[in-house]
Design a protein around this ligand. Structure first.
Ligand code: DX5
Ligand code: ZN
Length: 232
């Protein structure tokens, strides 16, 4: 393992996506992943417009904050994220990730998120090239590569998404930025190694975490990703 790989393996984190938790037992499921060592949780916010599905909003995010001290990221798959920055700040989110594809200028929205005192990230859909995020690169605290079409949990990883992780890594290197690259969608013990090898350090996983034995699932995901990075 060379020093770059070593550093990367130290930074690889499994981030449970609560979309696949049991919403009738959210606190129980949050405790399960936290007891398994996760301190970084992902909340999928969908409005039925930007994506076809509707999920949770600031009210549920605030309830989650009450039962968790983890770093909470709201992944906003909504048409007008700027309108809700205050509400998500108020609900106790640590980071907001918006989409590059929104109608508004995403760079202005990133600036507004930072001004509100939260970390700011940008996500891109499978068809959106990585270079579209360049205008916002100085403001970013993280990048999120979608490896499925956003909207639903439980979809299959789109093969080749790892190339975008590698593109993002190069882009960050060119700009001298050191921030996490996350991948969201279809992450499991087969795909985690692929994206980790390409340079992802935040592996967002819903079904692969919550289906079956949660602690065992998290341990297997972590092992598969670390093995891929250390085994080069
Ligand atoms: C999809 C969401 C994901 C989703 C991932 O639009 O952004 O966070 O929960 O679910 P899995 O891991 O089941 O693909
Ligand atoms: Zn998500």
């Amino acid at each position: 393992m060379n020093s770059t790989d070593k550093k990367q393996s130290e930074r690889i984190v499994i981030v449970p996506s609560l979309l696949s938790a049991d919403f009738a037992y959210l606190e129980r499921d949050i405790k399960k992943v936290e007891e398994a060592g996760c301190r970084d949780l992902h909340l999928d916010v969908m409005d039925g417009h930007f994506v076809p599905n509707i999920t949770i909003g600031p009210v549920v995010a605030k309830a989650i904050r009450r039962v968790s001290r983890s770093f909470l990221t709201a992944h906003l798959m909504i048409e007008d994220p700027e309108r809700y920055i205050g509400a998500f700040k108020e609900s106790g989110m640590d980071q907001i990730i918006i989409h590059q594809e929104i109608e508004a200028d995403f760079v202005e929205v990133l600036a507004a998120i930072k001004k509100a005192g939260m970390a700011a990230g940008v996500s891109i859909r499978p068809q959106t090239p990585v270079k579209t995020i360049v205008p916002g690169v100085e403001l970013l605290d993280s990048i999120l590569i979608m490896s499925v079409e956003p909207g639903f949990g439980g979809q299959e990883y789109i093969p080749g998404s790892e190339a975008k992780v590698a593109d993002a890594r190069q882009l960050l290197e060119r700009h001298g930025r050191v921030i996490p690259i996350g991948v969201d969608g279809g992450i499991n013990i087969k795909t985690a190694p692929i994206v980790a090898r390409a340079g992802a350090t935040r592996l967002i996983a819903g079904s692969a975490v919550f289906k079956g034995d949660v602690p065992r699932n998290i341990a297997s995901l972590r092992e598969s990703a670390l093995h891929a990075v250390s085994g080069r």
